[in-house]
Design a protein around this ligand. Structure first.
Ligand code: AHN
Ligand code: ZN
Length: 333
């Protein structure tokens, strides 16, 4: 009798422990979309949450390397990703900018399922540019910019994706990398205009990955993914190194109804973090970037001006990008 009782007690305990394990991976089962034929669950990307993550970064002030705002924002990004249950590694290094300035650089790497060999890389740059060299007012062209779209938008989308990962395990290995010092490229009025003066953080990481021998099946870079009526065209470097990934991501976006953002139009190559990921560490990586060669600057109107602020950030655009990337991650076999 006593034995039967303790057996029932142990069984009850086992069931309880087991159901706790289930809950961790599948909180809020009512939220999200079940892809019926294959029973794949895709969480709902919350654009209000992503918008708040963008706003929070901008509120620190311009995240220019070697400033207080930059250090404080880095601390906040690290703590936030840890709060979302990622294993976070901060790669801290001093790098020399092409104008000679030594920069305190931090690449912030948040890993999910770090033991899984099958990995997906998601990335964006978190720093903001020290000079608004395309501002219409010459008096602003040596001033830093808020970087709401150029910088904070991609990071805001990735933080919301990380928040979703913390309640719905993506299954694969996923690394979210926030690169520093992307936007310290030469001022347009200065000598040189050296292309390799951009993307210093990703160049360093590609030569010195956080895990020796690191690789991933593919990568997706997000750059300027927050402006209203953004045009994501099929950028040249992405099409050269990763045409299959580009097609797959665009197909997913079109299936979700985002064909007005993701255009079937090939455009020229852009020097951005993905160039070095493709060329140095050789992970096929695409850039989702708002670029239209018919525009004056190619990029959005406020690009590298002091008006790159929250006024231009659109929740519709954040949603289109975030939901597409989530769908790509959860439907990858
Ligand atoms: C150049 O202007 C060489 N590349 C654009 C990369 C960039 C700047 N992305 C954001 N800001
Ligand atoms: Zn920029």
């Amino acid at each position: 009798m006593k034995n039967t009782k303790s057996l029932i007690f142990i069984l009850a305990l086992l069931i309880l422990i087991n159901s706790c394990g289930e809950r961790k991976g599948k909180k809020n089962p009512s939220v999200g979309t079940e892809v019926t034929s294959e029973r794949i669950f895709i969480p709902d990307f919350n654009a209000d949450s992503a918008w708040l993550f963008v706003d929070k970064q901008v509120a620190f002030g311009p995240r220019v390397p070697n400033t207080e705002a930059h250090r404080k924002c880095a601390d906040w990004l690290t703590a936030t990703l840890e709060r979302f249950d990622a294993e976070v590694i901060v790669q801290q290094v001093k790098l020399r900018a092409s104008n000679g300035t030594m920069l305190d650089v931090r690449n912030i790497i948040a890993s999910y399922n770090p033991e899984n060999k099958s990995r997906i890389l998601l990335c964006a740059h978190w720093d903001s540019r020290p000079w608004a060299d395309y501002d219409p007012d010459p008096a602003n062209r040596r001033k830093p910019l808020p970087g709401a779209n150029d910088g904070a938008s991609g990071v805001g989308v990735l933080l919301e994706i990380a928040r979703q990962f913390s309640s719905h395990n993506p299954g694969h290995g996923v690394d979210i990398i926030l690169f520093d010092a992307e936007d310290y490229g030469d001022h347009k009025d200065d000598q040189g205009n050296n292309d390799h003066s951009w993307a210093l953080g990703s160049q360093h990481w590609a030569r010195n990955p956080h895990v020796p021998g690191y690789s991933a099946r593919f990568g997706i870079l997000l750059d300027m993914v927050g402006a209203e009526n953004a045009s994501f065209t099929m950028e040249g470097t992405s099409m050269y190194y990763a045409p299959g990934i580009m097609r797959k991501v665009w197909d997913v976006a079109h299936n979700l109804g985002y064909q007005n953002f993701f255009l079937n139009r090939k455009t020229g190559p852009i020097t951005d973090d993905h160039l070095y990921i493709n060329e140095i560490i050789r992970i096929p990586t695409i850039d989702i970037i708002d670029y239209d060669p018919d525009r004056e600057k190619g990029f959005f109107d406020q690009w590298h001006t002091v008006n790159d602020d929250m006024q231009n950030i659109s929740k519709e655009t954040l949603k289109a990008v975030g939901q597409t990337v989530l769908a790509v991650v959860y439907t990858t076999k």
